[in-house]
Write a protein that binds this ligand. Structure first.
Ligand SMILES: [Zn+2]
Length: 204
């Protein structure tokens, strides 16, 4: 693993030269394309998930559900921003005084992952754009559990996970039912190192 550069947003987004081994699949999730450098979010640092104003209530609940699934295995590292009416998922980083999620002032420089929704063909579920560092989800997905899992899967790509086959995993291409598990954290930490390692000086 070669560190290309440490970059941007309080040095919390890390650029890796990361080989993505599996071929691109057109069904389910599109495997992130191979780039000379890709944006990887640090699973060990707090991440603010940003939603656009046009996200529906069902989409907001889907993202909140995906965040809760990841927090179950990673610790409370993920938080929503600007999501009125959603259930708290990481209360220690959120203000609920107004009934809306707000990014606290001291969180303004934290890494932020934007999740947008677009209408797309039914066989397309979602995409993590490795060069931009954001997620697109097909808003025609109608099943709430499937929406949560697809969002969680794309967050896995944002954490640097490629597709995996041959065992049941969140990162199976086309997965709509398997949630994040501890072995996803293990695979991330094989690249990143343990979470106690400073994110600004990742081990090579
Ligand atoms: Zn995928």
């Amino acid at each position: 693993l070669q560190i290309k550069a440490v970059t941007t947003v309080a040095n919390l987004l890390i650029r890796f030269s990361l080989p993505l081994s599996a071929p691109a699949l057109l069904v389910g999730c599109v495997e992130p394309a191979e780039h000379t450098s890709v944006i990887v979010f640090d699973v060990c640092e707090p991440t603010i998930i940003e939603l656009p104003a046009d996200a529906t209530d069902a989409e907001r609940r889907g993202v909140a559900g995906a965040i809760a699934l990841w927090n179950e295995v990673s610790g409370p590292q993920l938080a929503l921003s600007d999501v009125p009416g959603a259930a708290p998922v990481a209360a220690q980083t959120l203000s609920t005084e107004t009934g809306a999620f707000v990014v606290p002032r001291d969180d303004q420089d934290r890494q932020k992952l934007h999740i947008g929704f677009r209408e797309a063909a039914p066989l397309f579920f979602g995409l993590y754009r490795v060069d931009v560092g954001d997620i697109l989800i097909n808003r025609t997905i109608g099943d709430q559990r499937a929406r949560e899992i697809v969002v969680a899967h794309e967050i896995g790509h944002a954490f640097g996970l490629p597709h995996i086959e041959g065992q049941s995993s969140l990162m199976n291409p086309g997965n709509t039912r398997v949630p994040p598990a501890l072995h996803e954290i293990d695979r991330i930490q094989q690249h990143r190192g343990p979470c106690s390692t400073s994110s600004t000086t990742p081990a090579p």
